[in-house]
Design a protein around this ligand. Structure first.
Ligand SMILES: Cc1cc2nc3c(=O)[nH]c(=O)nc-3n(C[C@H](O)[C@H](O)[C@H](O)COP(=O)(O)O)c2cc1C
Length: 199
């Protein structure tokens, strides 16, 4: 008989907070959600638009995944407004100890997405959160490859001038799903065991 207490995942929740003007970053956020739901039931993983923030859900979540389109080498003004709106939570250390991760979508191949991931990472560190990166070796640099942009701090995706159903391409969307799955798996793995009811 296996007597090792297995952590219950019942009360683990994930919020994927994003800003997207034209739908490409939204599509990436939804792919991260799809991946996380491979590990956790649908009700526990939500995409949250910065225009419509469910603050109670964020405050209760175990993991906050932040994602922004890249504007002028930075998060968008709307995403920064969201960040600044959390300053009281920063002051009261409300998010300390939560898990954090990030993604950035832009038009350029580099597009300075790294600056955005660093900006969000620093923001998460200010909140005292615990960062989860993207430990996935690139399978190549073609359109269908996983982590084709070779990013490890977080997820990078690229969208061209086209509808969000077509761009970012398959490899980037599959990487977003992989990332979501990995994030959920990580918080499940590190969840403290539930107390033994016999004790
Ligand atoms: C004002 C503005 C600034 C932008 N700056 C950058 C940039 O610095 N680097 C880049 O690669 N793309 C840049 N882009 C392209 C956007 O990153 C790209 O269109 C965006 O990721 C699309 O995401 P969305 O459909 O979710 O809005 C910029 C676009 C706009 C409108």
């Amino acid at each position: 008989m296996n007597t090792t207490a297995r952590p219950s995942t019942d009360n683990l929740t994930i919020a994927v907070i994003f800003h997207s003007n034209y739908g490409h970053t939204r599509r990436v956020a939804e792919a991260v959600v799809v991946g996380a739901r491979q590990q956790l039931p649908d009700s526990q993983v939500k995409a949250v638009d910065v225009y419509d923030v469910d603050w109670d859900f964020l405050d209760a979540a175990d993991l906050l995944v932040f994602g922004s389109a890249v504007y002028m080498g930075s998060v968008t003004a709307e995403f920064k407004t969201f960040m600044d709106e959390t300053s009281k939570r920063w002051y009261h250390r409300k998010w300390e100890g939560k898990w954090a991760a990030a993604f950035a979508n832009s038009g350029g191949l580099s597009g300075d997405k790294l600056a955005v991931l660093q900006q969000i990472c620093l923001y998460a560190m200010q909140h005292g959160m615990n960062w989860i990166g993207l430990p996935l070796m690139p399978t190549g640099h073609e359109e269908t490859d996983l982590n084709r942009l070779s990013s490890f701090l977080g997820l990078m995706t690229q969208s061209l001038n086209g509808p969000p159903e077509e761009t970012p391409g398959k490899g980037d969307i599959d990487t977003a799903i992989w990332f979501g799955n990995h994030l959920a798996e990580t918080i499940i793995k590190h969840k403290p065991s539930d107390p033994d009811p016999k004790l």
